[in-house]
Ligand binder design. Structure first.
Ligand code: ZN
Length: 462
């Protein structure tokens, strides 16, 4: 009999994800932390390996698995300043409903943008006491704020974001490649922080045609692959010069995979993310005027989508995050179907896991791998060492998931603020049955999330 005194919660099941494999196990939780993990062998889980009079015991149903909560490191909450677009309460309810137990909020679309410590303080105050999952923050790099970067690192941001092309909001201007390199040089020496880059080249975007059009092909031509390629090359070269940890945000163009692979082989400290929309949607299927599908960089063709999946499978792309970026209907549908007028951004925070899982399963990819891409890998990259795994000492952020249960997306039933998503009506598999944050089931009424600061870096951060 294992000593299980004082456990608050025990979850047992036939399929618990431990070290990359589903095994029968029991997980014991105390004080929000996983304190005991017991393999139960291959047969039915014997009763009471972890027996504790005080503990609440949950036995998973036959169709359920237990996975670590997802870590979505790319979310635009927009509060304060554009709270009518999205806010901490609605975004984090959506996260919890989708099995995401930690989000890291992007520095822009909120006003003020998170480019100074005082702006970070404003944002933290706005988030306090209304978050249903744990929330960390990115800082922003904009022209002229080099002196603010180290103080933001000390204040606990998980890394920084910059744009190499206009961001869509005036208060968060892009930087030049030289300005990006200056920031990289500062961040390389600032607790080995991380610079994440929206990699589209401003000049190539400006030089492309931008007609008013309801035809998705016209929008696609306005954000050419070459613009991503050129900007990614700049990130690689400047990251190699400075030795910074760099991260390519929302990779859309598979043309860049070869140069990303080469950079990684040569030791550039680089990671790459992509998003559910690039992996599950394709340009050929976007209806005329359907601006719910507009995002930057854009969703490209079906062959490109296949190549992105291959990029994940060979490890050139490291992780999958939502880039949840909602807006109200009057902006998302501005121009009545004109892709040049509509706000670019896709809302998918609650749907990421079933979207990616549905498509992965069709392609013969296992759920264990999906969870690696959506939980463990993002947690590692931003230095959330206690998240992204079920193991003794890790946070008891756990998701009960029914991987074979089908459902139809109903935009109006999603938790984020506006019932707009390109996935409305889509048939998916994989239902989140329960989400535990620090060992407590998340409900829709009690916000128990915490505001996180980046822990001191360890050797693990590569
Ligand atoms: Zn974004």
């Amino acid at each position: 009999m294992t000593d299980a005194s004082g456990l608050d919660l025990v979850i047992r099941g036939d399929r618990v994800l431990l070290e990359g494999a589903f095994v029968a196990a029991e997980v014991g939780v105390r004080g929000g932390v996983i304190v005991r993990v017991v393999h139960s062998g291959t047969d039915a889980v014997p009763a009471s390996v972890l027996e504790s009079p005080a503990a609440r015991t949950i036995a998973l149903a036959r169709d359920e698995v237990l996975i670590p909560g997802l870590v979505d490191a790319h979310v635009h909450v927009n509060e304060p300043g554009r709270t009518e677009w999205e806010g901490f309460a609605t975004a984090t309810r959506a996260a919890a409903a989708g099995g995401v137990t930690t989000i890291v909020d992007m520095p822009l679309n909120s006003i003020p943008p998170t480019t100074t410590v005082s702006a970070l303080d404003v944002k933290r105050r706005a988030a306090e006491r209304q978050v249903f999952v744990d929330v960390g923050f990115w800082g922003g790099v904009v022209p002229g704020n080099l002196a603010d970067l180290e103080p933001l690192v000390e204040a606990g941001v998980f890394g920084f974001k910059c744009f190499l092309a206009p961001s869509g909001v005036d208060e968060f201007p892009p930087v030049t490649a030289d300005e990006m390199e200056q920031a990289m040089a500062v961040l390389a020496g600032a607790r080995d922080s991380l610079l994440a880059v929206h990699a589209e080249d401003a000049a190539l975007i400006a030089g492309a045609p931008h007609p008013h059009s309801a035809d998705y092909a016209d929008f696609l031509a306005s954000r050419p692959r070459e613009a991503e390629g050129a900007a990614i090359s700049a990130v690689i070269v400047r990251a190699a010069h400075t030795g910074v940890r760099a991260h390519v945000l929302h990779l859309s163009s598979a043309d860049a995979l070869d140069r990303l692979a080469a950079a990684k082989r040569h030791g550039v400290r680089l990671t790459v993310e992509t998003c559910p929309h690039y992996l599950t949607l394709c340009a050929e299927d976007v209806p005329a005027g359907a601006t719910d599908y507009k995002c930057c960089p854009p969703i490209r063709g079906a062959a490109n989508r296949d190549a992105l999946w291959q990029g994940l499978e060979v490890g050139v792309i490291d992780l999958i995050v939502s880039d949840h970026s909602p807006a109200p209907a009057e902006l998302k549908h501005a121009g009545g179907g004109d892709f040049a007028e509509a706000w670019g951004g896709i809302a998918s925070l609650q749907l990421g896991l079933p979207l990616v899982w549905t498509e992965a399963r069709r392609r013969g990819i296992r759920l264990e791998q999906v969870v690696e891409w959506m939980s463990a890998a993002p947690a590692r990259r931003v230095g959330l060492t206690s998240k992204g795994r079920i193991a003794e000492g890790a946070a008891a952020d756990l998701v009960v998931f029914a991987p074979d249960e089908a459902f139809t997306v109903d935009a109006a039933a999603l938790e984020h603020r506006h019932p707009i998503t390109p996935y409305d009506g889509r048939e998916l598999v994989g239902v989140v049955r329960a989400t535990y944050l620090a060992g407590v089931a998340v409900d829709r009424t009690t916000p128990r999330g915490r505001l996180l600061r980046r822990p001191a870096p360890t050797e693990e951060t590569a």
